[in-house]
Design a protein. Structure first.
Length: 732
């Protein structure tokens, strides 16, 4: 069969190595698969299929240093996961039997108990039998923290099948950003990373959830998934009718040829590998120092990082050899620097990682490598405006509070009392142009006058802080002061009724005032929840500042997740939930449908803001945290194309919101056996979210904050290097 495109030249800075126990793993996995019922009689595989796929070779390349028993166990895991994928295809995807597929998936977590003393059901098929056996053989050697993380990754991997089946049923090709987000969330690479820990060293629990380790795993995931999409396009798209493939997604959305889409996927894959290397070489050593990791813990992180590198190289080598994929005339990867090869060409060289944490000697990484990356070469303050506003669908009607004018007057009085207009960041003209009470009046049209004032003031405080960090600490290039400010802001919100510290600036003074008035009647648990939401927002401002100081444009998925925090979405939702009291059980808020509903609303609102603020942020503020710029950088496209992707993603999020309300919430109510009172409270909560969406759109359309005329007037005579005379907390 003719290949649909020529495989590109892959970036692969260090060579694959083969585990010497490969034949042992092959023999063991064959015997094990037959014992589990995966071969003759399964209706899915026979011996020839297993031999052709050669999962023993895959694992020997991806785990080159582990001993024979460990390699055999890991190979069994991969035999199981690929058998599951093909079994699900034959049983449920071909027939598009979603109900039966969901029932099959719902049973599988029962075979992964955190406590091995917990009994498991009797297996009913080879997938269940294999999972039960593997879990019992694997988890005794690992901590409870690893078990929990690996169980979640396995469930996500299995749930990918339902997402793919839903897309097949709908005949829908995902948006490019949505695809990368979902592929990372439910793809197999986070699961593979868990097995890398088993083969190398378990990551210390104190840093397992940290941002640098998460970025390592996510960039590893993206690279693994996108590489697989290139090699598996012919099998998945042309033979199986899949539409969850990155090449297909790009050629469909951009209207380009398959070859052009494949080349673009490879460009994105390369950028993910670059980001992995940068994170391993700069952020991971800093994390080790910041958390005070001991030598053994540093060595474990280094071994894990090297294990992820080995997986990349070995996975690529296996794709070149396996009959499962198209690989005719494939060109082996190599270093982008002529004359260089091997581990020394990678900035993630583990020797350098250890040296940076003071545990080993090593030469520095090659200089100037990172200047090659688009993410770090953005030129700020480019002329881009005025912002282009597409036709934005809003199915929910706008309602405004009748107390709007009163709240406008009271907000002016409050910001003056707090000293916000005296610090050089805001003035009266900005406060008028931002008109935050208009936003509050749309978000909560039924609020009492006092509640509307409080909402307006919270919006003002959050917007002021979001402006304050880049203007003050960004221009001063003072990340340490920003971190100190963030820590002090957290101290301004005592949950036990203690006295807060004496405020040193308007941001602290206003937060203390809002906290005391908002939480006066709250339980300690409610205060902790609200405090956590505010901490998430303020810590995300530090993340933005760190990127700004590096001139690093984040990737789209990372950006979307952090954007919910920087926009204050968690704070808004927390305040919104408070109005519904105990009628809605906490487990309902934690459920998948409700989180999906809230994330859809948050993403729509955040992306809406980025569409309107594009000129303000890119042209006048030199900002890099805007979804359109993020997409432009990630896919190497122009403003109109980036805007088209973001607008499409907004539309998808709105449809997702409506779908959850119409189809998923009624099932959720029945599953949780919610009372009539709780169902009514959820109905009110949904109405609040609808008001939030329509109110935010109205505010963006009405205020001067994002309009070209006002921005141009305010920018007259502006010097990016000029610092406002703002008091900041003293260091020390």
């Amino acid at each position: 069969m003719t290949q649909p495109f020529t495989l590109p030249h892959f970036y692969m800075p260090h060579p694959a190595r083969l585990n010497p126990h490969v034949d042992e793993a092959r023999a063991h996995s064959t015997e094990w698969a037959r014992e589990m019922g995966m071969l003759e009689g399964s209706g899915v595989w026979d011996q020839a299929d297993l031999d052709a796929h050669d999962y023993g070779l895959l694992c020997a390349y991806t785990h080159p240093d582990c001993d024979g028993p460990a390699l055999s166990l890991i190979t069994d895991w991969y035999v199981w996961v690929f058998f599951f994928d093909d079994h699900f295809l034959e049983m449920y995807k071909r027939s598009q039997d979603r109900a039966a597929g969901k029932a099959h998936l719902d049973r599988l977590p029962l075979f992964m108990p955190l406590d091995l003393a917990t009994p498991v059901p009797e297996p009913e098929n080879p997938v269940e039998a294999g999972l039960a056996d593997l879990w019992a053989r694997t988890v005794p050697a690992m901590s409870e923290d690893w078990r929990r993380r690996f169980a979640v990754a396995t469930e996500h991997l299995l749930n990918e099948s339902m997402w793919e089946l839903s897309n097949i049923n709908e005949g829908r090709i995902a948006n490019p950003v949505e695809y990368i987000e979902m592929r990372r969330k439910v793809g197999g690479a986070p699961w593979s990373a868990g097995l890398v820990e088993y083969a190398t060293a378990e990551v210390p629990a104190s840093v397992a959830g940290s941002r640098p380790l998460r970025v390592l795993m996510e960039t590893f995931s993206d690279a693994v998934h996108l590489r697989n999409d290139l090699f598996s396009y012919q099998r998945e798209v042309e033979e199986e009718g899949e539409n969850s493939n990155g090449v297909l997604v790009l050629e469909t959305f951009f209207g380009c040829t398959t070859q052009e889409a494949a080349d673009t996927v490879n460009d994105v894959l390369t950028s993910r590998l670059h980001q992995f290397e940068h994170t391993a070489f700069t952020e991971v050593p800093a994390l080790a120092l910041d958390r005070g990791l001991g030598p053994d813990e540093v060595a474990a992180v280094a071994a894990y990082t090297k294990g992820l590198q080995d997986w990349q190289s070995g996975g690529h080598e296996w794709h070149l050899r396996s009959s499962r994929y198209m690989n005719d005339n494939a060109v082996r990867g190599g270093s982008p620097w002529p004359g260089c090869s091997g581990m020394g060409t990678s900035a993630a060289d583990v020797r350098a990682l250890l040296a940076a944490t003071g545990t080993a000697g090593a030469p520095p990484a090659p200089a100037g490598q990172w200047g090659r990356l688009r993410s770090y070469t953005h030129v700020p303050y480019q002329k881009v405006g005025p912002s282009r506003i597409p036709d934005i669908r809003m199915p929910f009607p706008l309602e405004l509070s009748p107390h709007l004018d009163r709240s406008r007057r009271n907000l002016t009085d409050w910001v003056n009392r707090m000293g916000i207009l005296a610090e050089g960041v805001w003035d009266a003209d900005k406060l008028r142009a931002y008109d935050l009470p208009l936003c509050a009046a749309g978000l909560d049209p039924d609020a009492t006058p006092e509640a509307l004032d409080l909402s307006s003031q919270w919006l003002a405080w959050g917007t002021y802080g979001d402006d304050y960090y880049p203007l003050v600490y960004g221009h001063r290039r003072d990340l340490a002061a920003a971190r100190l400010t963030t820590a002090r802001l957290s101290d301004c919100m005592p949950v036990d009724g203690a006295e807060p510290p004496a405020p040193v600036n308007a941001m602290e003074r206003s937060l203390i005032d809002l906290w005391q008035r908002t939480t006066a009647e709250m339980t300690p648990e409610a205060r902790r929840t609200l405090k956590a939401a505010i901490d998430v927002m303020t810590e995300s401002w530090v993340w933005e500042l760190s990127n700004q100081l590096q001139n690093r444009i984040p990737d789209p998925v990372d950006y979307l997740e952090m954007r919910r925090a920087t926009f204050g979405s968690d704070l808004t939702l927390s305040l919104c939930r408070l109005g519904h009291g105990p009628a809605i059980p906490p487990e309902v808020y934690r459920s998948g449908p409700v989180r999906s509903l809230e994330n859809a609303a948050m993403d729509f609102a955040c992306l809406l803001n980025d569409v309107f603020s594009y000129q303000k942020e890119i042209e006048f503020e030199g900002e890099i945290h805007n979804a359109i710029l993020v997409v432009q950088n990630f896919f190497n496209c122009d403003y109109p194309t980036g805007l088209g992707i973001v607008h499409d993603l907004m539309s998808q999020r709105m449809r997702q919101f409506e779908h959850v309300v119409e189809h998923e919430l009624p099932i959720l109510y029945d599953d949780f056996r919610l009372s009539r009172e709780a169902r009514a409270a959820m109905g009110t909560y949904v109405a609040d979210l609808r008001n939030w969406l329509s109110g935010i759109l109205n505010w963006h359309r009405q205020v001067d904050r994002y309009k070209d005329e006002w921005l141009s007037r305010r920018a007259h005579g502006f010097l990016p290097g000029r610092l406002p005379a703002v008091p900041v907390p003293a260091l020390g």
